[in-house]
Design a protein around this ligand. Structure first.
Ligand code: FES
Ligand code: FES
Length: 158
């Protein structure tokens, strides 16, 4: 198949890659750009493990083709910590035991980041609703929700 040149801008870094048109963004991020923090679970849009931000909006990277993200600003879990300091959400997931196996965690972190950046005053009900769109097989969600609530408070007051 003919390959297409695309520019993937991941966490402010430019990756020039050549991909088949059907290559998913998730595979391109992990395999062509070596950023394996984004996880792939179901590969058909159900679990949310592969969630990244595209221009600030959460997107399931297994449902997108790499060519659709050409030139757009992509953010992944690798870009969350800054200057050796964990992002408030990462810290809160640790403090509240919001992860067990951790497979779902990058997706939750990116989903929550996208939501809290756009809607810092989101209601608790809406927050729980949004988070229920991603799947976690381990935690029972209580601690994930607790962690995101705690980070939301911190992000509002900083
Ligand atoms: Fe993309 Fe499950 S791997 S939603
Ligand atoms: Fe294991 Fe969520 S911590 S799937």
């Amino acid at each position: 198949t003919k390959k297409t040149d695309v520019t993937l801008n991941i966490n402010g870094q430019t990756h020039n890659v050549s991909v088949e048109p059907r290559r998913t963004l998730a595979d391109a991020i992990r395999e062509d750009c070596g950023q394996t923090g984004t996880h792939i679970g179901c590969e058909h849009g159900v679990c949310g493990a592969c969630t990244v931000l595209i221009e600030g909006v959460p997107a399931r990277s297994c449902l997108m083709f790499a060519v659709q993200a050409d030139g757009k600003a992509i953010r992944t879990v690798e870009g969350l910590a800054e200057g050796g300091k964990l992002h408030p959400l990462q810290q809160a997931f640790m403090d509240c035991h919001g992860l067990q196996c951790g497979f779902c965690t990058p997706g939750f972190l990116m989903l929550a980041t996208g939501v809290l950046e756009r809607e810092p005053d989101i209601s608790d009900e809406d927050l729980v609703d949004v988070l229920s769109s991603n799947l976690c097989r381990c935690t029972g969600y209580q601690n994930i929700i607790k962690a995101v609530r705690m980070a939301a408070e911190q992000m509002r007051s900083s």
